[in-house]
Design a protein around this ligand. Sequence first.
Ligand code: NDP
Length: 399
Amino acid sequence: MGKALIIGCGGVASVAIHKCCQNSEVFEEIMIASRTKSKCDALKEKLSGGKTIIRTAQVNADNVSELVALMKDFKPDICLNLALPYQDLKIMDACLECGVDYVDTANYEPEDTAKFEYSWQWAYRERFEKAGITALLGSGFDPGVTGVFCAYAQKHYFDEINYIDILDCNAGDHGYPFATNFNPEINIREVSAKGSYIENGKWVETEPMEIKRVYNFPEIGDKDMYLLHHEELESLALNIRGIKRIRFFMTFGQSYLTHLKCLENVGMTSIEPINYNGMEIVPLQFLKAVLPDPASLGPRTKGKTNIGCIMTGVKDGKPVHYYVYNVCDHQECYKEVGSQAISYTTGVPAMIGTMMVMTGKWKKPGVFNIEEFDPDPFMDALNKWGLPWKESFDPELVP
Ligand code: NDP
């Protein structure tokens, strides 16, 4: 079918690349390009022997001309951005210049302010339309599968969806007192920010971790979860009919929260640069350097994740309650691709979203959030590629 350029070679990219190689009919050839080429070469080595042709390259994705040179040389059909959110706009610029479709899993964030919103990427809509290329934003799990779940519910079960709660539960235990399951810098910026949700068309802001609920997750049991700001709230509130309120909750264990509070209290989570021995360092980046690498958690993590959406609304004048979720087992993921479930649940949908655009099922000029496309082929692909989902029409609701 075609050629994909994959930027980044961290935890999520490793899973996505394994999955592309399992899907060699679509991914005939891939180029893994990242800041540290040795990681790309090591992964290529591990995956050699399959049908997908793998190339590797060094690239600094903060530099548009380097990206353009790479694209002109490799001539990909699509670019899957699995670097960090800071690089999104540079990679979109390069895609525009080379006429290459674009997919990512996290919205652009400026490095010096932890601010999560789509405005910067939505500003590319007209340019992508004119260039006749597709940008698919947020094709991970959340954002990603959560948006597909909402679009699927809207298409099949509701005339309007009034309330959505997105619940992200990680009941995995890696045995460390404190570690993050994906890039520590991005993770801590997200969870230490103020919480927020949308009610009656307006953002309501909360203090970090101010709103706590306990939920009895299918296949897991009772867990404490906390309301967070999350990027898909912004697009879903616009793209799903009838929304009155949309919230996002994530589970955290007490040890994680106690460590985080302590690190915050002493200034270690700050993104303001400080001077240390004549050198400028960002405390959070230094903290990342001393924390366990999320990629190393795979062999140690046991337990399951459960991520899904609970929706309440109306069909043919009657009330409807609907819960759709995926349960994923850390150890099963490790057995299959050598990664824990957080990277797995993000890397699989990244491959699927890329496949949707490459196969033409989701190809249209412009910049789109994932819920703007037909959810059915993506839902089928989730079952096929390792993230089967379950549904319930009588779920416990979140107060
Ligand atoms: P990692 O830190 O493990 O990997 C990031 C990779 O990007 C590394 O290989 C890194 O290179 C590379 N990179 C960073 N900066 C540059 C640059 N300037 N040029 C080239 N390469 C660069 O992160 P994760 O794999 O955990 O996360 C990847 C993305 O997935 C993030 O954007 C994250 O927000 C998103 N994500 C989305 C989720 C979702 O459900 N939607 C859930 C989890 C993550 P090096 O090896 O040199 O450090």
